[in-house]
Design a binder for this molecule. Sequence first.
Ligand SMILES: [Zn+2]
Length: 503
Amino acid sequence: MSVESSMQKLDQLPPEMLEFTLLKTTGALAPRLGRLSLSGRKSILTPGFIGNTSRGVIPHVSQDNFRKGVDVNGVYVALEDCKCLVEKHPQTTPPIFSHDVPESLRDFIALPQDTLLVLGARRNPPIYSPVPNTNTEIGVLTSVGFKSISSEYYAAAARKLQPDIVVGLADIPFGQESVGIKRKDKMSDRTENWLRDIIAKRDSIEEGEKSWGIFAPLLPIDRDLQSWYLEHLVDEMVDKINGVAIYDAYLLDDLPDQLHHLPRLSFHAPASPHELLRQISLGMDIFTVPFLADATDAGIVLDFKFPALAKDDDSSTRRSLGLDMWSDSHACSVTPLSEGCGCYACTKHHRAYLQHLLAAKEMLGWVLIQMHNHATLSAFFTGVRASIEAGTFDADVAAFEAYYEPTLPEKTGQGPRVRGYQFRSEEHAKKEKKNPKAFRKYGEDEIVKLKAAHGQQPNSRPEMRDVIDDEALLGLVGMDDSEAHADPDVQIENLRIEDDAKA
Ligand SMILES: [Zn+2]
């Protein structure tokens, strides 16, 4: 179908109808071009990516900066990640469910009207949940710990929150290294039942109520183990679903032909641009890209282009995919973060300023890097689409692999404070602190010296000291080597003598 005629077809669509148009495809397991459209929202050209949010926003980027400086037409929001959403469940009604406006989730997170909103149950990547899934519930990690949400609750939440797309619940035992055959049978049975639940919920909405598209999960297990589910998808549900959510890109081969016209959303987190390219070469359409925010947190400015520039020499050294902005080598550099980048950070600031911001732990540093990194990935996907269009994708991928190192640079600097959901379950078991201690408590001797410096006398009733001192000490903790207590020994000597005399 030509672009022209598909545009005409779009005009005839009823409002609120999600439409995926394949603009170019050369068969199964090949890169393809498409466009995901919904009336009132900006279209997403595929292959492309949507923002991976935390608490409803792209980390470090407030919604006004998102509007002004981030070229991303859609976002992914995980239900488990929405503060105030499942946190008090089921004891009280979470605030958002009392937020009685149309498209309450969009309104609640102040997402621009023209940005496509995709809702799923779990973050990408999810933290392994010790709460096992059951026939009716899945374990999630909310801001108040691990909990279960039922399929019924999820469907009701979808109806209330009115996103544009809902990803069906998938029964995947994340983190379990080997999954038995029986468990895998259960995975497909449950996933099918839960998908039917969400379809039934959508079919039951009243006229005039906002509808939503449904993406059916494709499980990360062999085709024969989910063959019933896939058959039912094709025979009974194909007209009810609007896309597929894929958890293992290397199983794309197992996708039945009858589902090939649907957009494919990847939940197979790529670790590098190379892995993105591999998934694109298999025909993946839409991505959330967790390595973007990981790089930003690590102070790494992504620095790659697709197609790669022609190599200027024959050397075998490959270029790095990013710059570590913590490095002192940038301290005097007045060049943009990345040459030729048109993003806000690169057009207004230079590397030295960014290095300073990170060193000073200024939040703005991460804001600027995040905006740049998103711009880099947008440009990457634009390049990918042009390459597929031109029919040079395979050659361009080979050149990219030869030009750039295979992995992102190692994290060296200290990132912003991590939150509980940002480290993996196995890390929870480790004893050491995830965030180094910014302050420490003083020993007894130091406390005496400090108190003296501040004019406090040692307590005449030592047994009461622990009771009284704690509060007073809060302000003193960590005041190492400050000039305020220069030469306190003299004062302490004096105080002690005075005190002794009284006693
Ligand atoms: Zn930039």
